[in-house]
Design a protein around this ligand. Structure first.
Ligand code: FE2
Length: 312
C-alpha cells in the first residue's frame, strides 16, 4: 500500500534508488559527481566536427516529409546545422528562452534515477562524445549526435517539453513501485520510436528513429511494421527490441494527446495492477488496438538485422 499521507516529492533533491531496486551497474568516472554531469562540454577535433556535419547532411536528405513538422521547426529554430557539434551553453540559452530547458553534458549512459531527476528539472543529459567513422552507421551507446540532433529539437515545443518533465517525475514513482521496466517501454515507444499523425500522414518524432537514416524510412513507409494508435496502458505492457528495427510503432494524435494520456493517468494505480514482466510481444496486435496499418512483419519473419533481410 502506498502511504497517501506521504509528503509531495521534492523534485529538486537528487533521489536515492530504493532498497532492492534494480540499478544498472554503471561505474561513475572519478571526476564525475553524484549528479553525473561533466564539469564542461568537451572540445571536439576538426574531424569530429566534420562527423557531425556529415551525419547532419545525411539526415537532412531524408527527413523532409518523414519527420514531424515540430521536429523540423525545432531544428531550424536552434539552427543545429550551423556547422560542427553545437555548443551546449549557447544551445541551452536559446532553448531556455523558448521552454526553460537546458542541455547538460554527461560522460556516458547514466543511472535511471539520475536521468529522471534531470528531466524533472528540465535538464536534458546529452552524451559528450561523438561516434567515429567506423561506427558512423550504428552505435549502441547514445552519442552527442543521437542525443542533441535526435532529442533536443522537440524540446522547443512547449507541450512536448512539459511531457518530458512529467516523464521524469513519473520515473520517480515507477522507482517507488519497482516498475521501471514498464515506464521504460513508454519512453521507448514515444520519445525514442514514436510516430505522430499529421493530417492523413504518419510522421516520425522519436529520437531513435530520426537520428538514423534506415529507420526514418522504415518507420513511416515500410509494409512490415504495425502502426497502432498509442494507448499508454497497453504500451507499458509491451516488450521491445533494442538492437533492430521495431516490429510495431505507436502513433499519437498530437503532443497534447500524449501529454494528457500520460499526466492524467493515475500511475500509482496503474503500477499496482502491472505485473513485473511484459504481457504482449512486440509483434502483437490485440483486440483493443486502434490499428492505423497492420504490418506484414516480413522483415522480422525473414530474420531481421543480421540475416540480410530487406527492411521493406
Ligand atoms: Fe535517446
Amino acid at each position: 500500500m502506498i502511504d497517501q499521507t506521504a509528503p509531495e516529492t521534492d523534485f529538486t533533491l537528487l533521489p536515492k534508488p530504493g532498497p532492492g531496486m534494480f540499478a544498472a551497474p554503471l561505474k561513475r568516472p572519478a571526476h564525475i559527481a553524484e549528479d553525473w554531469l561533466e564539469p564542461a562540454q568537451r572540445s571536439y577535433s576538426a574531424e569530429e566536427h566534420r562527423i557531425w556535419d556529415d551525419l547532419y547532411a545525411r539526415q537532412m536528405a531524408i527527413l523532409p516529409g518523414r519527420a514531424a513538422s515540430a521536429f523540423m521547426a525545432g531544428l531550424e529554430r536552434l539552427d543545429l546545422g550551423r556547422g560542427g557539434v553545437p555548443d551546449f551553453a549557447r544551445m541551452s540559452e536559446e532553448l531556455g528562452a523558448l521552454t526553460g530547458w537546458s542541455v547538460v553534458p554527461v560522460p556516458m549512459l547514466i543511472p535511471d534515477h539520475v536521468f529522471f531527476w534531470h528531466l524533472a528539472n528540465r535538464r536534458f543529459p546529452a552524451g559528450n562524445f561523438i561516434r567515429s567513422r567506423e561506427t558512423f552507421d550504428y552505435i549502441q551507446e547514445p552519442d552527442v549526435f543521437h542525443d542533441v540532433f535526435g532529442h533536443v529539437p522537440l524540446l522547443t515545443d512547449p507541450t512536448y517539453a512539459d511531457y518530458m518533465q512529467e516523464y521524469g517525475r513519473a520515473g520517480w514513482k515507477a522507482m517507488q513501485h519497482n516498475r521501471l521496466k514498464a515506464l521504460g517501454a513508454l519512453y521507448w515507444y514515444t520519445v525514442e520510436f514514436g510516430l505522430i499523425m499529421e493530417g492523413d500522414a504518419v510522421r516520425a518524432y522519436g529520437a531513435g528513429i530520426l537520428s538514423g537514416p534506415s529507420e526514418t524510412v522504415f518507420s513511416v513507409e515500410a509494409k512490415s511494421p504495425n502502426r497502432i494508435m498509442l494507448n499508454v496502458d497497453r504500451v507499458m505492457r509491451t516488450d521491445y527490441v533494442i538492437d533492430d528495427l521495431q516490429p510495431s510503432y505507436f502513433v499519437i494524435e498530437s503532443f497534447k494527446d500524449l501529454y494528457h494520456q500520460t499526466v492524467e493517468r493515475d500511475f500509482d494505480r496503474l503500477y499496482r495492477n502491472l505485473g513485473p514482466g511484459f504481457t504482449y510481444a512486440n509483434t502483437a496486435v490485440i483486440d483493443v488496438d486502434n490499428v492505423v496499418s497492420r504490418g506484414t512483419l516480413e522483415y522480422h519473419l525473414r530474420g531481421g538485422r543480421g540475416s540480410g533481410a530487406e527492411p521493406v
